[in-house]
Design a protein around this ligand. Structure first.
Ligand SMILES: *Cc1c(COP(=O)(O)O)cnc(C)c1O
Length: 485
């Protein structure tokens, strides 16, 4: 019997002399050819020896143990994990893009430079900003780049300033980026609506504050409706408003950060604009700025003159290059392909459905799972385990039980302002049918919490791996089944 739960290591399947391919007997003299000059290792200790069938089945079975967005719903909050149309992968995989040398002269890569310039213009249009750099390789890298632009401006004014304000509902990378850029982070508390408290901001905003970093919509999925007033307060003291726009699928085509008086923001092409996210693959975190910050943008800046595209390095105030060559060029292509295939109406529809799906989920589970902030949400909503806690069931138990229903759990215990958080972002790519499946599973789990809490506290029951010790699993991974007690 094939034991799906106990797939052995490939070394355990191995037996001496097995080969994946059996060549016919040589009918010519054996020669080492090109390798004749180099020492060749004759034997590799413990090298697995398996047949082609064994190797294929082993790795296919392992691949089935991975949950992925091509398999099912992936409701992680805070990081948009949506399905990405395959057509964009196809376009990015065209040899004209994949085989181009990063050092090819400008005159030979006019098409590629035009692609990049076109995406810059479209992102400027979507965000309502003046200029865009595509260089940063991820969201957090975009944040750092944005903070460096802000710092460069303050330094040019004669004083870099000391502090960056970050609300308690911000994404965790925000304080890190400010810190790496040499600033001391000051936290601002949220108010009872889950948004930034304007009174708190007035108290802490002064001429030593370089910027406020605002995630909007914030990690509670709530739109910072006082954003223009917040911008005015920050600007009045000469500070900048940084917006974390990683999850722009809540706003794109509907509202533009540039018109909300934002000075600089980053986008995550690998969340909103069609690149699979996670698994260590390439990301891209373009940064969009208002005119005041554009002299500091990383070099080279792509310029166009009479239809000829070129890379401009002659920018004395630039913070320098933040990424080699063009940034993540293939991610840029996927984003352009995605934006052009949707068009302006499609981009707006994307955002509308993302918001609709999130509110459908929130309304369907309201009263069953606790909502600390009952404010209408945009792309995600944050429940807590408060009701289930009465039966001794935590957000961890709920998440583990979801695995038994064949569903990926939501983000847990974040944001910190919600104790026992379950943060769910359905995204626009989920159908009503899939959303209902998730809702039904969550309702069933709530019933189980009341009737049979042990079922949840001992979950999962049908997965390849049962409940792990959270700390030990990371520090001391068990890679061999026999070692389990
Ligand atoms: C994902 C995310 C980031 C960080 O992006 P990375 O590409 O993972 O570095 C920052 N802010 C928000 C709101 C995010 O969702």
């Amino acid at each position: 019997m094939i034991n799906l739960v106990r797939e052995p290591l490939i070394f355990e399947i191995s037996s001496p002399g097995k080969r994946a391919i059996n060549w016919p007997e040589l009918d010519v003299p054996e020669t080492k050819g090109l390798l004749s000059e180099v020492p060749i290792r004759e034997d590799l200790e413990d090298f697995p020896e398996v047949s082609e069938t064994e190797i294929t089945r082993h790795f296919t079975r392992l691949s089935q143990m991975n949950y992925c967005v091509d398999f099912g719903f992936y409701p992680l909050g805070s990081c948009t994990m949506k399905y990405n149309p395959k057509i964009n992968e196809k376009v990015a995989a065209m040899p004209g893009f994949t085989l181009v040398h990063p050092l090819a002269p400008e005159s030979l890569v006019q098409g590629n430079l035009r692609i990049m310039k076109t995406l810059e213009k479209l992102l400027a249009e979507i965000t309502g900003m003046d200029a865009v750099t595509l260089q940063p390789a991820a969201g957090a890298h975009g944040e750092l780049t944005g903070m460096m632009l802000i710092r460069a401006h303050h330094v040019a004014q004669g004083h870099p300033r000391k502090y960056v304000l970050v609300p308690d509902s911000a994404h965790g990378t925000n304080p890190s980026s400010a810190h790496i850029c040499g600033y001391t982070v000051k936290e601002i508390k949220s108010n009872e609506k889950g948004t930034v408290s304007v009174e708190e901001l007035v108290k802490v905003m002064d001429e030593e504050v370089a910027a406020l970093m605002l995630t909007n919509p914030n990690t509670l999925g709530i739109f910072e409706s006082d954003i223009c007033q917040i911008a005015d307060i920050v600007h009045a003291k000469g500070g900048f408003l940084y917006m974390d726009g990683a999850n722009l699928n809540a706003l794109a085509g509907i509202a533009r950060p540039g018109e909300m008086k934002v000075d600089v923001l980053h986008l995550n092409l690998h969340k909103t604009f069609s690149t699979p996210h996670g698994g260590g693959g390439p990301g891209s975190g373009p940064v969009a700025v208002k005119k005041i910050l554009s002299p500091y943008l990383p070099v080279p800046v792509i310029e166009e003159k009479e239809g000829y595209y070129y890379l401009d390095y002659q920018r004395p105030q630039s913070i320098g290059q933040v990424r080699s060559f063009y940034g993540q060029f293939l991610v840029i292509i996927k984003a352009l392909s995605y934006i052009l295939s949707l068009g302006p109406k499609g981009i707006r529809e994307m955002a509308e459905i993302a918001v609709l799906n999130s509110n459908y989920l929130r309304k369907s589970l309201e009263g069953i799972y606790h909502l600390k902030y009952d404010t209408p949400t945009l792309h995600e909503c944050v429940f807590s385990d408060k009701f289930q806690k009465e039966y001794g069931v935590s957000n961890l138990d709920i998440s583990k039980r979801l695995l038994d229903y064949g569903l990926h759990p939501p983000t847990m215990s974040f944001p910190l302002v919600v104790h026992g958080a379950l943060m769910i972002e359905p995204t626009e790519t989920e159908s009503r049918r899939d959303l209902d499946m998730f809702i039904e599973a969550m309702k069933a789990i709530d019933r189980e919490a009341k009737e049979n809490p042990e079922l949840l506290t001992s979950a999962p029951h049908v997965t390849y791996v049962r409940r792990l010790d959270e700390v030990q699993a990371a520090r001391n991974p068990v890679l061999r089944w026999e070692q389990k007690k």
